[in-house]
Write a protein that binds this ligand. Sequence first.
Ligand code: ADP
Ligand code: ADP
Length: 225
Amino acid sequence: DVSLRLSGLSKTYLAGTPGEVQVLRGADLELRAGETVALVAPSGAGKSTLLHIAGLLDTPDTGTVEIGGQDMTGKGDRRRTATRRSDVGFVYQFHHLLPEFTALENITLPQLANGVTEREARARAQDLLGRVGVANRADHRPAAMSGGEQQRVAFCRALANKPRVLLADEPTGNLDPATSDQVFAALVDLVSGTGLSALIATHNMELAARMDRMLRLDGGMLIED
Ligand code: ADP
Ligand code: ADP
């Protein structure tokens, strides 16, 4: 059962200009259901480009993206947005929580937009917050939380609509090393407990080693480590 399949992805920016940069040259990936995979690469290697293409925020020049067995090649914006909303969760270095809403509301809002009842949405949000150890922050706004707590809430929001695939771009990159370690462990635990597949970009080899597999993005291709 494959959650995400990337086949022969290529991507060049500013093609035909002096600034041309070929970021991906035949990147392949098979992410099986429930699997956690680390994506390791130096800055500028193309991790964000790869994650954006995998999450249907960008399109490759050539190659295919399949999510849950559905080939997204040539699908229109409406279909891509629908698949992204139902099947993909994103986490970034910065939390991007809505500042005027509480932690709980930040996790219920995407569910309400998806047609889940208020009662169910709140129950799921509370459960998720409990799993990452911040149940006591449910009624706090982001500004009243620490950086680590904000990221934990962002993980919960990414999982709010039970996506098939979680894509994370340096999810603990903004935190100090000690906090980073704990928050990363919370993310891996959360993902493992839900049977979700995750592709998590990180610079930290120790954190990467805790995942099922490690891939390097090298010369525009994904290489099993
Ligand atoms: P990473 O996430 O690994 O740091 P990126 O995917 O952000 O790498 O970028 C890979 C390369 O592509 C970098 O050289 C970057 O400057 C370039 N790049 C990224 N986005 C664009 C863009 N929209 N236009 C032109 N060049 C870009
Ligand atoms: P919305 O309409 O609520 O913004 P989208 O379907 O556009 O929802 O986005 C789904 C997910 O993709 C969200 O997690 C959002 O944060 C992320 N996202 C949307 N646009 C971008 C973008 N340009 N760059 C990075 N992430 C994005």
